[in-house]
Design a protein around this ligand. Structure first.
Ligand code: 13P
Length: 286
């Protein structure tokens, strides 16, 4: 069943778990995640990120993913991850996306809020939900370049800006920065739980955590108990395919591409299931 973010967030808030938001740039990834969600009987979020459009153009794959979501046995939100231009966000909406992330966090607070407000006005008029971002999300390249000297606090969301942002924009969910890093595989970032608690106190809006692949399971669980409704994961699921493929490769035997694809899909499905289980915070999906 294809839905927008609203009902998923409501259910997550009611039952104290976080809904898993997986980036699915290709149809294989999308199928693997949907199979995982169906096997767990769990609602799920799928969708392209603007950054990965070359691997699965949103105009071409959006309608196919929307159809896959419609046919799924669980509620599925087709959500654009990190839409960083109005043009691209419009493309996603036209392609059948039911939710978008309008990420203008590289602008000033005022500009970010003004653009997201515009997106919300349009998107809400057609039943599409919107996620914003206040603060900034660092990525693993920045960490590596800085050779361990990146001051993550400089990226943190200012608690004083949250409520103001939601009031101005009317966004349905908000990504906040409190120590996670996109694509983190080199080390486990230590999340600033005190900061997350300050953010939670500042507003009752739905909070989203990005860059969750590198987060230790105990930290993930703790962060969810402080009130995260949506947790984004990509690196962990996508790179699980690499190990499985490498184990299967045998120089003496030709491996068909469809076999490689099936191996990758199975590994990604298992990894997605593990993530959904962790984010469920003990809640049993019925
Ligand atoms: P990871 O790839 O670090 O899990 O982050 C995913 C994400 O936040 C997508 O927006």
């Amino acid at each position: 069943m294809l839905v927008n973010l609203k009902s998923l967030i409501e259910d997550a808030e009611k039952n104290h778990y976080a809904v898993a938001g997986f980036t699915t740039p290709t149809l294989d990834t999308c199928e693997a995640v949907l199979q995982a969600a169906e096997e767990m009987n769990a609602p799920v979020i799928i969708g392209q990120a603007q950054l990965y459009d070359a691997f699965g153009p949103v105009e071409k794959l959006g309608p196919v993913m929307a159809r896959m979501a419609e046919e799924a046995k669980v509620p599925v939100c087709l959500h654009l991850d990190h839409g960083t231009s109005i043009d691209y966000i419009m493309k996603a909406v036209k392609a059948g996306y039911t939710s978008v992330m309008a990420d203008f966090s590289d602008r000033s607070f005022e500009e970010n809020a003004e653009i997201v407000k515009m997106c919300v006005a349009f998107c809400h008029s057609i039943g599409v939900t919107v996620e914003g971002l206040v603060g900034r999300m660092p990525n693993v390249d920045m960490v590596e370049k800085a050779e361990g000297n990146l001051e993550l606090k400089e990226f943190f969301t200012d608690p004083d800006e949250i409520e103001k942002f939601i009031e101005i924009t009317g966004a349905d969910a908000l990504t906040v920065s409190f120590g996670t890093v996109h694509g983190m595989t080199v080390a486990k970032p230590v999340l600033d739980m005190e900061h997350l608690r300050r953010l939670r106190k500042a507003s009752d809006c739905a909070l989203v955590m990005h860059g969750s692949s590198g987060v230790a399971p105990e930290q993930m669980k703790e962060a969810i108990t402080y009130g995260l409704s949506k947790v984004n994961v990509y690196t962990k699921v996508s790179t699980s395919a690499q190990k499985a493929i490498m184990e299967a490769v045998d120089a003496e035997r030709p491996l068909y591409y469809h076999e490689i694809e099936a191996i990758a899909k199975k590994a990604m499905k298992e990894s997605a299931k593990e993530t959904i289980r962790l984010l469920s915070n003990g809640y049993i999906f019925r």
